[in-house]
Design a protein around this ligand. Sequence first.
Ligand SMILES: Cc1cc2nc3c(=O)[nH]c(=O)nc-3n(C[C@H](O)[C@H](O)[C@H](O)COP(=O)(O)O)c2cc1C
Length: 383
Amino acid sequence: MREAFGKLGSMTHVPPKKVKDGPVHEVVLTGDDVDLDQLPALFTWPKDGGSFFNLGLTHTKDPESGVRNLGLYRLQRHDKRTIGMHWQIHKDSRNHYQVAARRGEKLPVAIAFGCPPAVTYASTAPLPGDIDEYLFAGFLAGKRIEMVDCKTVPLQVPAQAEVVIEGWLEPGEMLPEGPFGDHTGFYTPQEPFPALKIDCVTMRKRPLLQSIVVGRPPTEDGPLGRATERFFLPLLKIIIPDIVDYHLPEAGGFHNCAIVSIDKKYPKHAQKVMHAIWGAHMMSLTKLIVVVDSDCDVHDLHEVAWRALGNTDYARDLSIVEGPVDHLDHASYQQFWGGKAGIDATKKWPEEGYTRDGGWPDMVESDPETAAKVDRRWKEYGL
Ligand SMILES: Cc1cc2nc3c(=O)[nH]c(=O)nc-3n(C[C@H](O)[C@H](O)[C@H](O)COP(=O)(O)O)c2cc1C
C-alpha cells in the first residue's frame, strides 16, 4: 500500500505548511478553566453509556519514529477534564499508545474539531501508518493545510480548526467506555479504553462544534465510506491489479462485505483475489467477499445477487477461512477474529472441474439489434 501511495507522487507536492498562529488560538483555556461540559457532546441512542464527541480528529505521534497519525475516533466525555479514547485494536493511534506504554512514557494527544473538509475526510481514510494523512488531505484539497503548534503538547493542528483539546495520556490509565449505538446498527458493549486528561482547550471566539450521528445504516457516515470506496479503487488496483471494480455495501458497514469484479484469466483466479483482499491492510477485515466476472456491475445489487445465487455450487465455490475481524464485530464467537467466506460467482471453467457437456451456459440476453429496433419504435407502439 505504501508503494501504491508512493506512485501518487503528486501527494508530496502539497505538504502541510506551518504558520505562526490561527483563529483556533483566539481563546486559550488552561488548568481549572478547562470544562468539557461547555462543549456540546451527543447522547444519541437510548442505551448509550454517556455523551460523546463524534467528530473530533485525534492527532498523535509514534514515540519512536516521530511519524504523525490523524484518526477519527469517538470520544466519551467522562467528566469536565477527562475523555475516553475509543481507538480500536487495528488503529494507528492505538499503536502509538502501545509504543508509549511499552516505553513507560505518557503520550501527547491533540483533538481538533471543525477542520477543513479534506482533513476531516482524511482522518477516516484507511491509510497505512507511515503515510501522513495531511499529505493526503493536501492532495485532496489541492492546497497546503496550514498548521499551528499546540499550546501544551508537541503536536500541530489545523490553524483554521474551530476547537482543539490537548492532553497527555498516562500509560495504563483506562476507564470503561460505551456502550454506544454504533455505525454497525448495534450497540458496542462497554470496554476499557484509555482516559485522556485535558490540560488545555483552544478555540475561536465563536466556535462551531461539528458532530456526526451514526447508527443503523444508512446514516450520516455513509458518504464518507462511499468516498473511501471510490478514492481507494486506483490504490487497491495497484496492489491487486486483478480487480476491475469493487463495491462495499453500506448495509454491511463497509467492512463486512466486498463485491469484486475480475477479468478471469486462470483457474481459481477468484480464490486468489479473495486471499489477496484478506491480506490487504484494512480490507483484511472483510467478512464476505463475492467475486463476479467483469461484465457484472458490482454496484447493481440485484445483478450481483442474480450471479451469486445462480452461479454457485457451494461444495466448490465457497471458501471458508478464519482471520481478523473488525473490533466492533458482534457475530464472531470471540472478539477480534472469526470465520469469513468467499463466494466465487464467476463462470466456471472445465479446468476448474466444470466438465458438463456444452460448458457453462450462456446468459439470456436480447439480441442488441432487435433491442435497438424496439427502442426506436416505442412511440409507434403507443406505450
Ligand atoms: C463517523 C465515524 C466514526 C468513527 N469512529 C471510530 C471509533 O470510535 N474508533 C475507531 O477506531 N475508528 C473509528 N472510525 C474509523 C476510523 O476513523 C478509520 O478507521 C480511520 O482510518 C482510523 O485512522 P487510523 O487508521 O489512522 O487509525 C470512525 C469513522 C467514522 C466515519
